[in-house]
Design a protein around this ligand. Structure first.
Ligand code: DAH
Length: 341
């Protein structure tokens, strides 16, 4: 006589019953005149005299438990039936939507960029957001008192350190620790002591790139960056280099990409030029390679190193991808904005 097994089964069946009819069936099966419990009681007489009392007590408490459980469930069913009949329960009302969280648009763009560069053999490097003056400026060929420092409005800390104004210092940190060939990207947060407006924030995100080897040229850079943008925007994108100045590169470029909206024919996004300014880049300056502990290449076939670096604004890229016209939205925490991604 397995009362335990029977109890488990009966309780499960009560649980699974979905309406009064189902519950009634369970009742009949266990508590009915010819039900399981009755037949257990019937076979009590086959047990040795001394066990009968104890087993009988067990059966009785089992019976009581089942009666109670069935009663409770029956009341629940009746209650909802009554609500239903009184029209208080409107089954046509749609269920509650479960709200799920999701990634921030900047994170989506950062991860997409990391994947694409990853496929092209770049690994991810990181550096500190609180940086020292040497890594952020001096090592990048921006000496003290040089007017080029004005390109970056800086948050200085009381201890003489600063909040990094760009991801470029990670170039130096990486070169000091790793031997070429180098192929890295550095996605990260940076800080500028500036007034904010639709296209300026005091903190935003950059993605630095650095590729160092024996024969890396500007054409390698152009090919890689065109490939990156084409994969990122899922259409063929062309890059255009314009001469510019950055202390840490020589020559330096401002890089434009063909307009993703009009594909080069001219529209309001690209001010009818067909091009959108997207990043700075150049061939790494020999002084920067030296600060990173590498010997710069001086003439063809010598043993020195050379390569390119670039810095993409991830916020700009996000704004273009999702057609956002104010950078401040990205940091507003406004749910109405964030819900759209
Ligand atoms: N660090 C530059 C900035 O914040 C961006 C940049 C320009 C990075 C040219 C580079 C580069 O690596 O080669 O404005």
């Amino acid at each position: 006589m397995d009362i335990g097994g029977l109890k488990k089964m009966a309780l499960e069946e009560i649980d699974k019953a979905i309406d009064l009819v189902g519950l009634d069936n369970v009742y009949k099966k266990y508590l009915g005149k010819k039900g399981e419990i009755a037949s257990f009681f019937g076979s009590l007489k086959n047990l040795p005299e001394k066990d009968r009392k104890e087993v009988g007590r067990c059966l009785n408490s089992f019976k009581k438990l089942l009666e109670e459980k069935i009663k409770i469930k029956e009341q629940e069913f009746k209650k909802s039936l009554k609500l239903f009949k009184n029209n208080k329960l409107d089954v046509s009302i749609p269920g509650k939507k479960i709200k799920t969280g999701h990634l921030h648009p900047l994170t989506l763009v950062k991860r997409r960029a990391e994947n694409i560069f990853g496929e092209m053999g770049f690994s991810i490097a990181q550096g500190p957001e609180i940086e020292d003056e040497w890594h952020n400026f001096d090592a990048l060929n921006i000496p003290k008192n040089h007017p080029a420092r004005d390109m970056w409005d800086t948050f200085w800390l009381k201890n003489g350190k600063l909040l990094r104004t760009h991801t470029s210092p990670v170039q130096i940190r990486y070169m000091k620790k790793n031997n070429p060939p180098i192929r890295i990207i550095v996605p990260g947060r940076i800080f500028r002591h500036e007034a904010t407006d639709a296209s300026h924030e005091i903190n935003f995100y950059q993605l630095e790139g650095l590729m160092i080897d024996k024969d890396i040229s500007i054409s390698n850079f152009k090919a890689i960056i065109q490939e990156f943008f084409s994969r990122f925007f899922n259409k063929v994108i062309e890059a255009r280099l314009r001469p510019s100045f950055f202390p840490f590169t020589e020559p330096s470029f401002e890089v434009d990409m063909s307009c993703v909206v009009c594909e080069g024919t001219g529209c309001s996004v690209c001010s009818s030029t067909g091009w959108i300014e997207i990043m700075g880049a150049g061939m790494v300056h020999p002084n920067v390679l030296k600060a990173g502990g590498l010997i710069p290449r001086q003439k063809a076939k010598d043993t020195g190193w050379q390569g390119f670096a670039f810095g993409i604004g991830l916020d700009r890229l996000t704004m273009m991808k999702y057609k956002i016209d104010d950078i401040r939205l990205l940091y507003s925490g406004d749910i109405r904005f964030l819900k759209q991604f």
